[in-house]
Write a protein that binds this ligand. Sequence first.
Ligand code: MF3
Ligand code: CO
Ligand code: CO
Length: 276
Amino acid sequence: MVNYVEAKGKARRTAGIIPLHGEAGFASMRKASRLTAEALDLLTDHVRPGVTTAALDKLAYDFARAHDAVPATLFYKGYRHSICTSINHVVCHGIPDERPLREGDIVNIDLTLIVDGWYGDSSRMYAVGEISRKAERLIEVTYESLEAGLAAAKPGNTTGDIGAAIQQHAEAERTSVVRDFVGHGLGQLFHDEPNIMHFGTPGTGPELKPGMIFTIEPMINLGRPHVKILSDGWTAVTRDRTLSAQCEHSIGITETGHEIFTASPRGIFNSLAARP
Ligand code: MF3
Ligand code: CO
Ligand code: CO
């Protein structure tokens, strides 16, 4: 049976209804997400001291256009860039600019590419030259927290099981989970049902079913979890100015578990191998 999502495409988010996608949707997600992951792989070669985030933004834009893709954030709610670049104490939605990256910075690059109307959304941490041991550890814990969430992403579990697994790992490592931003369903929409919180109580929230497609994208802080938004209306920073890290995959729930759509073709989506 073909549901509305596959037959017509989806014009807008319907509150409370979690779309279930079939094989065609999964195939489209694979294509969009692979391109996103290839772009993030490519950026690994360019993150180094002296490079501006604006230059990285242009690389992502040019890569997208060369592959018949459109960056989803371009003109999204007034945002004017192809990527978000969140440096050090920036939690998410950092805006690319002309300031050069400096040795020791850690930066999250978040990219969503639209291919044939489908959205592939992923982000990773990049180290600029040599970074401190505590920054390295934060990146490791963040990646492990995403992995803990992924391990809970299977039919029969709930969205709360994912959040609880992430929170459990992050807090066991004496870091904190940002509450203000969540993972999200996606497909032919950028942000759809369900919301995926990165904290919570096991067994709560909607049950995971084969065909659901969503992101998991924990933001983990070395200090307290609280954030504030700067006057540009986008940049979210830690209130206590401690370091923050994030990583994000787009996944689909399968009969037996999940499929990671945004896995790195080069196999470099992990904290240490992502270092240039
Ligand atoms: N890619 C982000 C996400 O993971 C959304 C960025 S919206 C922007 O959902 F406008 F800030 F770019
Ligand atoms: Co996302
Ligand atoms: Co994203």
